[in-house]
Each structure stands twice: as C-alpha cells, then as structure tokens.
Design a protein around this ligand. Structure first.
Ligand SMILES: NC(=O)c1ccc[n+]([C@@H]2O[C@H](COP(=O)([O-])OP(=O)(O)OC[C@H]3O[C@@H](n4cnc5c(N)ncnc54)[C@H](O)[C@@H]3O)[C@@H](O)[C@H]2O)c1
Length: 315
C-alpha cells in the first residue's frame, strides 16, 4: 500500500532537528557527488507559470523522490497559492513506491532549512536582527525555522503590498512569540538587519549594494530562472557567494547569471556550495565584516531529505 500524507500531516511528522540534520546530510551528499540528481525540467505554461519536475536518488538517505512543483505567481490574485507540489517517495532497496504526499509544506520546510543552515555557517555568531523581504508562503516557513537557529532579538518584514506584510507580522508574532515590525521600504529593512532573507517573485533586485552593512548575511531564495533577480549584481560581485548546487545555479540563479553576463563576476568567484562548508571542506564565515550571500534555487536532494524522514516515520 502506498501511504498518503497531507501537508498538515507532513508538518506534524517532521521536527526541526530532524529537518536540519537530514537537509545538511543531503547538501553534503550532493556536493560530494553521492546523489543522482538529473537537472530539473522546467515546463513553462505560457503566461501563467512553471511546472518543475525534480527527481533525486539519495542512497545515504535511503530514498528516491520525485517532486512535481508548480509556481504560478498570478494565483495570488485568485486567492490560490503561488507554489503547489506533490512528492512520490520510492524505496531504492526494492523500487517500491511507499509514499505520495502533498509537498507544499515539504517545500517550505526544506527551503527554510537551507536558509537556516546558511545562517548557521555564514551569519555572524552575534547576529541579532532578522529581516524578510517578500511576505508570502515561503516567508512563513523561513522565519519559523530560521529563528530557531538564530534566536533574533528583532524581526522586520517588508512586502511591496503592505497589507501582506501586516498580515504576515500579525500571524508570525503569535507563532514565534516575539515582535515582528513592518518596514516601509526594503532599504529601511536591509539597513537594520544582520540577516536578510529575500523570498519574493521579483524580476528586479530588492536588495541594493549601498544599503548593506558590513557583516550582513543574505539568503536569497526567490529567483529560479535566468530572468529573475533579487540581489543587486554589484553586491554579488563584492560579496562571498555560496550556492546550493553550482550546476543548478548556472542554469537558474538569475541574479548570478546576470552578474556574470554583465562582466561583474565570474562563475569561479562563487566561493562554495553549502555542502562543501557543511562537510568541512571549506570554511564558512571567516571575518566579522564580510558580506555573505547564500543563493538557493532549491534542489531535489532537499526534497529527498524530507521524504526520507517521512519514510522512516511510516515504516
Ligand atoms: N529556493 C527554493 O528552494 C524555493 C522554494 C520554493 C519557492 N521558491 C520561490 O520563492 C518565491 C516566493 O514563493 P512563495 O510561494 O512564497 O510566493 P508568494 O507569492 O506566496 O510570496 C511572494 C511575496 O513576495 C512579494 N513580492 C513580490 N515582489 C516583491 C518585491 N519586489 N519586493 C517585495 N516583495 C515582493 C509578493 O507580494 C508576495 O507577498 C517564488 O519565486 C518561488 O518560486 C524558491
């Protein structure tokens, strides 16, 4: 029998500790070449959105997973979620599918785990203020998981639609048990924060170089096509840039692709994959004043990580 799980069930089955440990293992395995992860296929549905197919065999996590995820930004206007997904998990020991699960929560969890791991390895140890630009679905997971790693004294939020930022702040105050202040501009937020997360669907930078204080860490999760960008290319060129997976970044990390195309940086200037830092092959932050940027486009290995936790719970 194939088990089925709803988003709500996925959320209750996965603890933050298990999540961070499984996603760290997945990033490490990815960087060490220990997973089989074909490039994801992106099928554009003209004018409305993308459907992405994301397969991964992760032997160390004892799972094969395939996620089908769609990103339809205009869904928000219809009161529907932007990102929707389902995952199938297969036991690689016998090839038998064991699980079909809704994967919106899974996606939120594993993407937030990526940011949280980047904060652990790249943010200053005394970082105390956290800001989120783009207050949609991902932002909720980003804040709830990241604050468990960094315990910020102050949290700031900004969205181009103020009502979205206000709704987010109200909801998250209750969830994290702390103040969330809405900022009037992205500039005010960036100038106030040690750690900045960008979780937008923007095609133009939402963080400009001159706003960023020395020692800031930024996790940019939103852009996943060459046309999208959340970070000023000049900032990328002058910062320590870490990616989730270099091969995927070269195809999908819009802001880096644009910075390279305009001659501001080269792919060789990307410092590391996060898995190399987790594996101890490269250092994380080495200096209090360096600006670090983690750019994640999202990998199927992270989905496999959460699928492995779910399979273990069901067996
Ligand atoms: N890196 C990953 O692994 C990963 C995983 C899931 C989703 N994503 C991407 O993250 C992005 C956000 O996803 P979501 O599901 O939260 O979408 P969403 O539509 O729920 O939220 C996006 C929010 O960003 C705001 N926004 C858009 N442009 C902005 C700008 N210029 N300045 C400030 N706010 C702006 C929107 O108003 C909205 O509230 C999407 O592009 C999605 O594809 C990445």
């Amino acid at each position: 029998m194939v088990a089925t799980l709803s988003d709500g069930e996925v959320e209750t089955l996965v603890s933050v500790e298990e999540l961070l440990s499984a996603v760290a293992e997945a990033f490490k395995a990815l960087s060490l070449g220990e997973v089989v992860m074909p490039p994801r296929s992106r099928i554009n549905v003209q004018g409305v959105g993308d459907i992405l197919l994301m397969p991964c065999l992760a032997p160390s996590l004892r799972v094969f997973s395939l996620k089908v995820v769609s990103v339809f930004p205009r869904n928000l206007e219809k009161g529907l979620p932007t990102t929707n997904a389902v995952v199938v998990a297969v036991d690689p020991a016998d090839g038998i599918p064991k699980l079909v699960a809704e994967a919106r929560a899974l996606t939120g969890l594993r993407t937030a785990a990526a940011t949280a791991l980047s904060v652990k390895h790249l943010a200053r140890s005394d970082a105390s203020s956290l800001g989120i630009i783009g207050c949609g679905y991902q932002a909720r997971w980003q804040l709830s998981i990241t604050q468990r790693v960094m315990r910020p004294d102050k949290v700031y939020a900004f969205d181009i639609y103020r009502d979205r930022a206000e709704r987010f702040a109200e909801e998250m105050r209750e969830k994290i048990g702390g103040e969330v202040e809405v900022c009037g501009s992205a500039e005010t937020l960036v100038r106030s924060c040690d750690v900045v997360i960008t979780a937008t669907t923007s095609k133009t930078p939402v963080v400009l170089k001159e706003w960023v204080r020395p020692g800031t860490h930024i996790s940019a999760i939103g852009a996943y096509t060459p046309e999208m960008a959340e970070i000023d290319p000049r900032l990328l060129a002058s910062s320590k840039v870490v990616v989730d997976f270099l091969n995927a970044a070269k195809e999908e990390a819009g802001e880096i692709i644009q910075a390279v195309k305009s001659g501001l940086m080269r792919w060789e200037d990307v410092y590391a994959e996060i898995g190399e830092i987790i594996a101890g092959r490269k250092a994380g932050r080495v200096d209090k004043s360096e600006v670090t940027i983690f750019k994640t486009v999202g990998t199927a290995a992270q989905d496999a990580a959460v699928a492995s936790i779910l399979l273990a719970k069901l067996s």
